[in-house]
Design a protein around this ligand. Structure first.
Ligand code: ATP
Ligand code: MG
Length: 445
């Protein structure tokens, strides 16, 4: 993409409504525009990152054996009357009437609807296990929408639902989600710590939230510092292997890590004093096992091998896809702007032409731009007629992890400069070498 033809409405001034850095940078980098409290348009740069985050979520869900579908954003109230949540959910639910005076709602979550799909089509244990998920816009009429996409009213969520014959199988589904979520966040350059949490309006016994540690986080958390040393890394996971998923789950949840809702001061005291931490965190996901809470009230039953009928065992599992952009920026920025992790960056590399209008420099930039595109890399070429300083400032703000700088001086000795946004370190390469270097870097992402 040539920047002169792109739509990147960057702001020079700090928007006064933004209280935290991710919100500020998303506005300044022209990623989002607020349309109403907690409701945003996703401008091209923000939309690109959102799609990349979404794609990682899809890939890791499919790897875990979970099946994508798509449910609507609007739901009939009757489904929610069956589970009893229509009255319970309260003011966060946006209720709407259609022209026939039927009660509708903008879905805040989809337990009822997925249970309805299941009961319409599945009636035997032979179709289990089954996990269905979608990535769809949700609406929750939050009292205090704030911090940009972090606490929106309309937001994008991945929500998945498992259906199993036995409690043991449903707990395997729980563990499978926990493991797949850990992989998902790590691919986005984030450490999200599973913490024992409270189940809230979803209901249920077992639940963990995934927290990214950040001063601006809304949750208060307490943990053993040793949990921050555990990584999934490149380990091979067989998602059908119950023992393996269980052992990864245990490894990540054995140490003390809780949100304030379930914090137990006496238990926390048992953590060695030098490892006891209290901090703040951003909730980027949550998994629940709730057994037959919805299947019983909504009549979702299956025939067992011995011919009897039982309510299906379920759980639900959510990732805050749009909130993740805020969390990633909170964890990856400096005073000049965003620093995208390679896994989610909107463009792989930016090209800065130091002398726009100079025939030789323009030609060299076009050539490397075309070589990058031909190699399958997504490049943003700043071909505007601007000072070098302004181009650098824009690149730093929008946070592409790599920048190629091309000017007459380097070209006279046959080199361009490749700079890491994170470290600021620049290295000289020939144009061809720079392309190879970037291909190597991105092969791992
Ligand atoms: P919170 O406690 O932050 O209000 P929640 O526990 O009500 O969230 P869940 O029902 O667990 O939310 O939804 C799954 C995920 O969706 C959350 O972990 C979070 O990342 C994201 N999410 C929830 N509410 C919002 C919101 N208002 N704006 C953006 N993302 C949200
Ligand atoms: Mg939650």
């Amino acid at each position: 993409m040539r920047l002169s033809r792109y739509f990147l409405p960057v702001l020079k001034e700090n928007p006064s409504e933004a209280q935290i850095v991710s919100h500020r940078y998303m506005l300044r980098a022209g990623m989002i525009k607020q349309q109403a409290a907690g409701i945003y348009s996703w401008l091209p740069l923000g939309f690109k990152v959102l799609k990349r985050v979404e794609e990682i979520v899809h890939q890791e869900q499919i790897r875990a054996g979970h099946i994508p579908l798509l449910m609507p954003t609007l739901q009939p109230a009757d489904l929610w009357r069956e589970s009893g949540r229509y009255d319970d959910y309260g003011q966060e639910m946006l209720r709407i009437k259609d022209r026939h005076d039927r009660d509708m709602l903008f879905g805040p979550t989809n337990e009822e609807m997925i249970t309805d799909i299941f009961r319409s089509h599945v009636s035997s244990y032979k179709n289990l296990p089954l996990t269905l998920y979608h990535i769809q816009w949700k609406f929750r009429d939050e009292v205090r929408p704030r911090f940009g996409v972090m606490r929106g009213r309309e937001f994008l969520m991945k929500d998945g639902y498992n259906f199993d014959l036995t409690r043991e199988d449903a707990l395997h589904a729980y563990n499978r989600h926990l493991v797949s979520y850990l992989r998902t966040y790590e691919r986005m350059g984030l450490q999200a710590i599973p913490m024992r949490a409270d189940s809230g309006p979803i209901g249920g016994d077992d639940t963990h939230e995934f927290l990214v540690l950040a001063e601006t986080g809304e949750s208060e958390v307490f943990y053993d510092a040793a949990v921050t040393d555990i990584r999934m890394g490149a380990r091979e996971i067989n998602y059908d292997d119950k023992a393996q998923c269980q052992s990864v789950m245990e490894e990540f949840t054995a140490l003390y890590a809780r949100t304030d809702e379930t914090h137990d001061a006496a238990l926390f005291e048992q953590v060695p004093a030098e490892r006891r931490r209290s901090a703040r965190g951003i909730e980027v996901g949550q998994i629940f096992y709730f057994g037959t809470k919805y299947s019983e009230s909504m009549g979702a039953t299956v025939v067992t091998p011995d011919g009897s009928r039982v309510p299906v065992e379920m759980g639900s599992h959510g990732i805050g896809v749009s909130r993740l952009l805020g969390a990633i920026i909170e964890a990856n920025h400096d005073d000049k702007g965003i620093i995208w992790p390679e896994g989610v960056t909107p463009f792989h590399v930016g090209i800065v032409n130091l002398k726009q209008g100079d025939a030789g420099t323009d030609a060299a930039c076009t050539e490397i731009y075309q070589a990058l595109v031909a190699a399958g890399l997504d490049a943003l070429y700043d071909d505007r007629d601007e000072r070098a300083g302004a181009k650098f400032a824009t690149m730093d703000l929008i946070g592409l992890p790599w920048r190629i700088t091309i000017g007459p001086r380097g070209l006279s000795s046959g080199v361009v400069e490749l700079t890491s946004r994170r470290t600021g370190v620049s290295t000289e390469f020939t144009a061809a070498e720079a392309v190879v270097k970037l291909l190597e870097i991105y092969a791992a992402h």
